[in-house]
Ligand binder design. Structure first.
Ligand code: XIL
Length: 399
């Protein structure tokens, strides 16, 4: 009996034949789409610092974090910070000494070290912003609400318009200034549009205290702090024509005032049954009338039954959308929806410049019960991964 079994001899032949025929490893996401757009991912503190960080809302072992880091480096050429650049994390306390820069620095260093395109998320948002930002200078002590939690609005005595603009200015100047030349794109204003009725803007404390020009001011301050950065307006639910009309009205009015808004971020937290390819195509066609680059900023596809209605990214109601267990054939439906979406992104590649997944795998996703990403909690590719790669390969074959 020879030392080689028949099966290992066959395997050797296959490898040799493959080498002769130019067969190579399956392409990565960033390579598959390199002629079309960047393919990015939101990373959490664990990944940015390669550690198990107590602050994260997911619990990973160090071994899993190491695999997550390796996967991010292998597949993606752009990163977004899932939480660590949000106001409540980077400036939890007032004043120049109120900043916690370490996690944000680690995030930016990760991108620089790996030659990635680095996004900053975000500067002005109604959520994950500490109460002190909206608080008047000398409120009676009893009225100060101690909680820094997000989504519950501060209800104590309020800052004046001037005070709040000053805080916004100082925050933006400090944070954008610190990463000038490293962070190439900023989400300057996040989710300012209203979901309700005919109101254009969300009834946030920014709107109530400053007035509608809080948006223009934020863009002006960011542009002042880094004239080379691409400044983005980012929002969710733009698959919905009503919300999209509001977005278009808002951006047109900013453009008419000469506000430096330079790209549109469409979050794209969608689900396996909507949008249809026609709806997604219509969304991008309509957004293109603004003449700005489009970035798909927070892509994930919820496969849970509770998330099969409407579109959205409302942080408060997100938990409910991932309830009810997965839809049947979840893996296949996820693959089909991702293939549809990427076909539409490719069709619009003249405008779509960045596509960012909101998390590297289902185990770290903010919608983890909805298994919304291309990799499972062990970083193994799901059928949706092959589906996304195939869309790019088929496009190259038909060139
Ligand atoms: C989410 C994060 O993924 C969660 O970890 C956090 O608890 C809440 O925020 N729209 C946005 C993102 O712009 O910042 C949100 O990220 C998801 C919705």
């Amino acid at each position: 009996m020879s030392r080689f079994s028949t099966s290992s001899a066959t395997a050797l032949t296959i490898v040799l034949l493959a080498a002769q025929s130019g067969y190579s490893l399956p392409p990565t996401l960033k390579d598959a789409y390199k002629d079309d757009f960047l393919v990015g991912v939101a990373i959490n503190r664990d990944i940015a610092m390669d550690t198990v960080a107590p602050a994260d809302n997911v619990s990973r072992t160090q071994g899993r974090v190491d695999k997550d880091v390796a996967l991010v480096k292998e597949q993606f050429n752009q990163i977004s910070p899932e939480n660590d650049l949000k106001w409540s994390l980077i400036q939890p306390r007032p004043g120049p000494d109120g900043y916690d820069f370490a996690p944000a620095d680690a995030y930016v260093n990760f991108g620089v070290a790996n030659h990635m395109y680095i996004v900053g998320h975000n500067l002005v948002w109604h959520s994950q912003v500490p109460d002190w930002v909206f608080r008047g200078t000398n409120p009676p002590p009893a009225q100060i609400t101690p909680s820094m939690g997000f989504r519950r609005e501060y209800s104590g005595p309020r800052a004046s318009r001037e005070e709040l603009l000053q805080r916004m200015h100082d925050h933006i100047a400090t944070v954008v200034g610190r990463y000038k030349g490293k962070i190439q794109v900023w989400d300057v204003v996040n989710e300012a549009l209203s979901d309700n009725g005919t109101n254009l803007l969300r009834n946030s404390l920014w709107l109530q205290i400053i007035g509608p020009d809080f948006i223009a001011k934020a863009f002006e301050y960011a542009h002042e702090a880094d004239p080379d950065a691409i400044l983005r307006y980012n929002d969710y639910g733009l698959e919905n024509p009503v919300k999209r009309r509001k977005l278009i009205a808002l951006i047109k009015s900013l453009q008419a005032q000469g506000v430096p808004v330079m790209a549109i971020g469409t979050q794209t937290h969608v689900n396996v049954s909507s949008p249809t390819p026609e709806q997604e195509d219509q969304e991008l066609t309509d957004l293109e009338t603004l003449g700005l680059p489009i970035h798909v900023t927070e892509l994930d596809v919820n496969g849970a039954q509770g998330g099969q209605r409407g579109f959205g990214a409302d942080v408060a109601s997100n938990g409910a959308t991932t309830q009810g267990g997965l839809v049947s054939d979840a893996d296949q439906r996820l693959a089909a929806q991702y293939a549809n979406l990427f076909k539409v992104f490719l069709k619009h590649h003249n405008y779509v410049k960045v596509v960012t997944f909101w998390g590297v795998n289902d185990g770290v996703s903010w919608r983890q019960r909805g298994h919304p990403l291309l990799f499972d909690g062990n970083d193994q590719p799901k059928p949706a991964f092959a589906a996304v790669i195939n869309v790019a390969t088929e496009k190259s074959d038909s060139k």
